[in-house]
Design a protein around this ligand. Sequence first.
Ligand SMILES: Cc1cn([C@H]2C[C@H](O)[C@@H](COP(=O)(O)OP(=O)(O)OP(=O)(O)O)O2)c(=O)[nH]c1=O
Length: 193
Amino acid sequence: MTLVLASGSPRRQQILTEIGQLQRDFEFEIVTPDIDETYQGEAAADFVLRLAKEKAQAGFALCHHLEAPRVIGSDTIVVLDGKILGKPVDKADAVKTLQALSGQTHQVMTAVAITNGSETVSKVVSTAVTFCQLNMEDILAYIETQEPMDKAGAYGIQAIGGSFVASINGSYSAVVGLPMVETRQLLQAMSVI
Ligand SMILES: Cc1cn([C@H]2C[C@H](O)[C@@H](COP(=O)(O)OP(=O)(O)OP(=O)(O)O)O2)c(=O)[nH]c1=O
């Protein structure tokens, strides 16, 4: 059996490495499949789950050379008042997103899927995140750091963006990109750990 993480996200790689530190002989390979992440009008939880499954399956297709691959895919979206906020397309979009999140509570949904090619197990984890009030100076200073640009919702809770998070209710690791408790459960369900 070979465990594979289908993700180019260093945050997901780090969290999976940490999960593995509770196990003996835990190793994983990385593949980075390219999938179409176009929103198709479904409910937010269905969308994030579909993308996680597609990443796992597209990753599996890159693993023919490996013995009995088990492939993990994951996706994170930010949902505010039912509207999905993905990664900002440019600085103006990041400003708009951070203005919308200011002083509000939004949901961060992260889905994780693990496939062995014939069977796929998956979960969606939803966490409520409440931002403090942000002024334009905060927002522009934050965008200047470059941190928001590759992140769903234009912030990263694990670094500078944590300065804006007044409270969370749910899974911190899911907000960062991979829910630790649920990923361990799925790894157990697939007999990886
Ligand atoms: C809300 C939030 C998101 N993010 C990140 C997690 C994800 O990496 C990213 C959402 O984009 P995703 O499309 O889920 O993932 P990705 O493109 O970074 O990686 P891959 O598809 O290869 O697995 O936003 C944080 O790092 N911190 C946060 O607080």
